[in-house]
Design a protein. Structure first.
Length: 213
């Protein structure tokens, strides 16, 4: 256990889940709808940052398949290896987004699908602000979370022990707007992952644009 204690909690969970995570969320229509929105709004060859890129599917696979330049970042070595194999046209890095330097205005779009939930509220606010700065003015972002008022709540996710921190929907939207992103629309869904230990989850997807010309 000593080795696991030195690693990011999300790395331990998602190393264990591997491809099971991809299979469990494969039918999430709200996720795919948000990718269609990005594809409609991006210029050809856009630079996209996928935070918590997982197995690379569907996000990096969809965006890179449309000709965009995708950088995926994940704390799980297992996920990075899977993504690199499954989506060879994208680039994946083993890194913690909380400590990864991002140049101002270096991306045309940012995707954040449920990858904040094992961070503290202060860390989530800091990461969202950093991602907003990394977008060029007018750049697009999709942020998805489980909109619950929970602070370091202990639970289980697909059979794995987790500690989850999140915000209620209005508070998360306020956090995102305060980081300098215009929230263009909010999409709520209830989704049950295809896994025997899964339970229905409320999902919130925010479609955003960085303020500026």
């Amino acid at each position: 256990m000593a080795e696991d204690e030195d690693r990011a909690p999300a790395a331990v969970v998602f190393d264990a889940l591997g491809l099971d995570y991809e299979k469990a969320f494969a039918s999430c229509e709200a996720h795919r709808a948000s990718l269609r929105w990005l594809l409609d709004g991006l210029a050809p060859g856009s630079r996209v940052l996928d935070v918590g890129s997982g197995t690379g599917r569907p996000t990096a696979w969809t965006l890179s398949g449309a000709g965009h330049r995708v950088l995926g970042v994940d704390v799980s070595p297992v996920m990075v290896a899977l993504a690199s194999r499954q989506v060879p046209q994208a680039v994946f890095r083993l890194a913690d987004i909380r400590r990864l330097p991002l140049a101002e205005g270096s991306f045309d779009a940012v995707c954040v699908y449920f990858s904040l939930l094992q961070m503290s509220r202060a860390e989530q606010a800091s990461v969202v602000a950093s991602l907003a700065r990394a977008l060029r003015p007018g750049g697009l972002a999709v942020l998805a979370t489980v909109p619950l008022d929970a602070d370091a709540a202990e639970g289980r996710f697909m059979g794995q022990p987790v500690r989850v921190t999140s915000f209620a929907a209005a508070a998360f939207t306020e956090l995102v707007a305060g980081a300098g992103l215009t929230v263009l629309s909010e999409h709520h869904a209830l989704f049950t992952p295809a896994h025997p230990d899964a339970v229905p989850e409320p999902h919130l997807f925010l479609y955003c644009r960085r303020d500026g010309d």
